[in-house]
Write a protein that binds this ligand. Structure first.
Ligand SMILES: *[C@@H]1O[C@H](CO)[C@@H](O)[C@H](O)[C@H]1NC(C)=O
Ligand SMILES: *[C@@H]1O[C@H](CO)[C@@H](O)[C@H](O)[C@H]1NC(C)=O
Ligand SMILES: *[C@@H]1O[C@H](CO)[C@@H](O)[C@H](O)[C@H]1NC(C)=O
Length: 380
């Protein structure tokens, strides 16, 4: 094999640097841990995006959205079962735009492209027939489920400040939805309150004090409907980008024992169409910058001590569907595996990859269900 090195400068370089480094002693104190993850640290998301969701002149969701995904494919079922169990979060941008067709809600419209709609779509709907199908699928594949709730229900956009949603959250539709879920015996590990409504939001935002009050309403609802503490789903929030002041106010207003897990999202690679994406992914100093966010979140957790600590409930690397050329490749693992390592050293308990399927960052190809390299990274 040795002769090969002379023909390959890259391997030669690697070999040279390895031999340069051979006198370094590494000591690992196996008995002392710096942090502890949840048993189900590896988590993936399923998103609501319809096939019409496009970014940068391409539409990478196809039939991978929660309402469209064909749940009968063996490749999909086996990909999930391999984790035994896999934690899945159902959520995403459109979750605050979804009504549940149960109780007083009788019409069930599909998401339609709409210029003035939240994230460019009209309101969508989850029928209980689809919810039944999804739960049969989750049960069959042994999924540990986090369900992201619509936290804008009943609010209106402010007339004076664009993007700010005001008024109290109205829990009736969620109450009916939970009652249905309980009556069917479906297991929900946790409910997450809203998607990316914290801080300056992504298209929509809610004031931290208001959100803190609303999450108390949600917690009381869960306690009322799920009478047995041991089977009571946990309450997570706010499921958005970390902003110090907003997160502190949110936990201060909600108080102890309300938010079980403090959840946030990480997109540290910027917009998916950045031509410089590969360089960012391969640059350790760039990747390390986001440690400030993890540190901030873990400081807030140390202050308010939510029972389940901090979770990353959505992270796809690059925004707006991921990077067409990079997210599905082997190179993306330099971002993904590094993030999982970094998140765990900052005591983040769970890390949800956007997405199991769909977008350019899906772990599975949305049309063939063939695993991308990061799927194996997750499994490993
Ligand atoms: C699947 O459903 C059965 C029957 O309701 C239940 O006993 C079992 O715990 C469920 N499994 C999962 C993984 O939710
Ligand atoms: C939102 O708007 C609707 C319709 O205009 C109105 O009935 C409702 O009271 C408003 N809610 C809040 C919280 O302002
Ligand atoms: C999925 O696989 C097909 C066939 O190999 C390929 O043309 C397509 O680009 C892949 N899609 C993604 C998002 O990787």
């Amino acid at each position: 094999m040795y002769f090969k090195f002379t023909f390959c400068p890259i391997i030669l370089l690697l070999w040279a640097s390895l031999s340069f480094a051979q006198n370094v002693n590494v000591v690992i104190h196996g008995a002392a841990s710096i942090a502890k993850t949840d048993d189900n640290f590896v988590c993936v998301t399923l998103d609501w995006w319809p096939a019409e969701k496009c970014d940068y002149n391409q539409c990478p969701w196809g039939k991978a959205g929660i309402l469209n995904l064909d749940l009968r494919y063996g490749a999909l079922i086996n990909a999930i079962k391999a984790f035994n169990p896999l934690r899945i979060k159902v959520g995403g941008s459109l979750q605050d735009n979804v009504v549940y067709k149960v109780g007083e809600v009788s019409s069930c419209p599909n998401f339609m492209k709409r210029e003035d709609g939240l994230f460019g779509f009209s309101q969508g709907c989850l029928s209980m027939e689809r919810w039944d199908q999804l739960n049969r699928f989750f049960n069959h594949t042994g999924v540990k489920l986090t369900f992201g709730l619509n936290a804008l229900f009943g609010r209106n956009e402010s007339q004076t400040e664009k993007g700010l949603w005001i008024g109290d959250w109205q829990p009736q539709n969620t109450r009916d939805f939970m009652q249905y879920t309980i009556s069917k015996g479906y297991n929900v590990d946790s409910y997450e309150f809203g998607n990316q409504l914290s801080g300056s939001g992504m298209g929509a935002k809610v004031d931290a004090k208001q959100y803190g009050k609303d999450v108390i309403v949600l917690k009381n609802l869960v306690k009322e409907l799920y009478a047995h503490p041991e089977t009571q789903p946990k309450v997570l929030g706010p499921g958005g980008f970390y902003e110090e002041k907003w997160f502190n106010t949110f936990l201060e207003v909600s108080g102890r024992g309300i938010v079980d897990g403090l959840t946030h999202h990480i997109y540290n690679l910027g917009p998916g169409d950045d031509p410089n994406m590969m360089n960012k992914i391969l640059d350790p100093s760039y990747l390390n910058q986001v440690s400030q966010t993890y540190k901030g979140v873990s400081d807030v957790v140390n202050k308010y001590r939510p029972q389940l600590g901090a979770w990353v409930t959505e992270s796809g690397g690059a925004l707006n569907g991921g990077s067409k050329d990079v997210s599905r490749t082997f190179a993306d693992g330099f971002w993904y595996l590094d993030q999982m390592g970094m998140a765990s050293t900052y005591d983040q308990k769970v890390f949800c990859r956007q997405a199991l399927i769909g977008g350019n960052y899906g772990l599975l190809n949305a049309t063939t269900f063939v695993p991308n390299p990061d799927y194996y990274g997750a499994l490993l």
